[in-house]
Design a binder for this molecule. Sequence first.
Ligand code: MN
Length: 393
Amino acid sequence: MKIGQHAGLTDTGRTRLRNEDAFMRSPPLFVVADGMGGAQAGALAAHIAVSVFEGAAGAEAPDAASRLQALVQEANRQIFARSQDDPSLTGMGTTTTAALVEGSQVMIAHVGDSRAYRIRDGTMTQLTDDHSLVAELVRGGRLTPNEAELHPQRSVITRALGTGESVTADLLSVEGRPGDIFMLCTDGLTTMLSDQTITDTIVEARGAEEAAETLVKAANRGGGEDNITVLLFDLVDDAWQPGEQPPAPEVDEEADTLSELDELPVLDELLPEATRPPHARRRRRVRSFRISRAMLIVSLLATVAALAIGAAVWGMQRAHFVGADADGRLVVYQGLPWNITDGVGLYREIYVSPVQAYQLSKDERAALFDHALISESDARERIAPFEREIQLP
Ligand code: MN
């Protein structure tokens, strides 16, 4: 068995200013990294991780597991050392999900909330466990997987490369079969697309390049709220002589996928009444009595709704809770810890602390992120001890 097609693509997405993701594709070694930290630090951390893997792509080691383990530790050491040298880089880190193929065995090393999947016979299986706040809450039975998908703190990770002197990576060995497709990706893909959409896209694509391009476009169409990175490779039978994969068009990896977004449908319903055909207006007048009764009911309902919204807004202005932002920093939010839709929340940032969620222990995080509604001063007081305890630059 050997690696057949492979493809990789990264994209800034539609709302972030910079791309802090990075990937490395050098068969039999594949890596994705999603960096975090202020200013340029996240991009730097991801870049250091990927370049450590790149530099050692051909290196010898007794087996795949110890080789990956050594690379993860070396990347961790370099990122941490760099952040110690430069105060502006304090707290920077990155996720890392790496796959090393050896015959039919695919060895995976994993830290953070990027993911590895296997697609076999049209079914996609997630191979890695997220090291994230919401995954901890789901595993502890405190959140359902559906609630986790829309959770405001879903991008907060609890383990990262480069944030401490050493790191523990999950290592897993997966037995591959000819026809298996493996995907490594960052959370910018999986938070924008359902598992079913991802599976269908990959299965229906005419090759790895097309699958990667279509996935990135779909994630942008779904909102593109984070940097998006996807890496795909498949396994083929050794006996099958490669009829050379069909020549894929050259891909500009920095290509702007936004220009190809679907156009918005035209809303005929928004035409002013005068532009409608006259008979429509006449029919309307005949029904006017029934309509006026309906109008009364509607206006009553509207009044009730307005009162309810008023009460909710009044409550929201007083309610605060502790959470964390997309960069993992502790935040005091005003409002309610709910999202109406993906990306639209009933809360706003009041105070951002320099302390990162992963600098806390698991128990401390569970206690702090209970989403209890409290006053602003109580919320600040809950963060203050960590700010005193953790050496700030
Ligand atoms: Mn991300």
